[in-house]
Design a binder for this molecule. Structure first.
Ligand code: NI
Length: 210
């Protein structure tokens, strides 16, 4: 996929700002670090309710995705590098699970709702997996969802340009069938590793199946 922007976003899931770029919004480094700590060391509950709009334009809440395991990834469609790589890994993990994948709902929540309209998301998610759901919404609704998952993101305007990229943390979250947070996969987790861990949760969810 061709991307117009430099590959600066979400390197290794940690924060990155290329030299010479000025955050357009106040990117609070201590807040970013606090979010990272809360996630990495389990200092606060992770996850929570959300109210967003899916890539078909339908209003969706977290409750719509109960009854299956859920994989949630926060990113944005203009991401030049890491987001497509991670979404591809998610899709490959689902392929490895075979029939079991039907009990797993993959979700992609944009942290760039300004550009990621439902229509734009619809084109994007179909590139990765037929059941990948894209979610967007009002900026405040997206912010609340991201905060619940301790996701850091900030707009970075490219020098002498009106284009921007988004700095953001990049983790793949795994939820159980009741929407409870189970854990996260760090960036670079192999599809095989993801499939193994998801598969073990599927076995406890559906003990009668393989
Ligand atoms: Ni990204």
């Amino acid at each position: 996929m061709k991307r117009r922007f430099f590959a600066i976003c979400c390197a290794l899931g940690f924060l990155s700002s290329a030299a010479g770029q000025v955050p357009a919004e106040e990117a609070d480094a201590s807040s970013a670090a606090a979010l990272m700590d809360a996630l990495m060391w389990g200092q606060e509950p992770i996850g929570g309710p959300f109210e967003l709009i899916d890539h078909t334009g339908a209003r969706r809440t977290d409750a719509d995705y109960r009854g299956k395991l859920a994989l949630i990834y926060f990113g944005y469609t203009y991401c030049p590098d890491v987001c497509p790589t991670d979404l591809q890994a998610m899709a490959s993990a689902l392929d490895l699970l075979g029939d079991g994948a039907r009990a797993v709902q993959p979700l992609f929540i944009t942290i760039d709702p300004e550009r990621d309209t439902p229509e734009h998301l619809a084109n994007y998610v179909s590139l990765f997996h037929p059941r990948l759901v894209g979610l967007t919404g009002e900026a405040e609704a997206v912010r609340r969802a991201a905060r619940a998952y301790k996701v850091f993101y900030a707009k970075v305007v490219l020098p002498e340009s009106s284009d921007y990229v988004m700095d953001h943390s990049a983790f793949i979250y795994l939820l159980d069938a009741s929407g409870r947070y189970l854990g996260f996969f760090p960036p670079g987790t192999s599809p095989e590793r993801m499939a193994t861990i998801i598969g073990s949760h599927l076995k406890s969810l559906f003990p009668d199946t393989q």
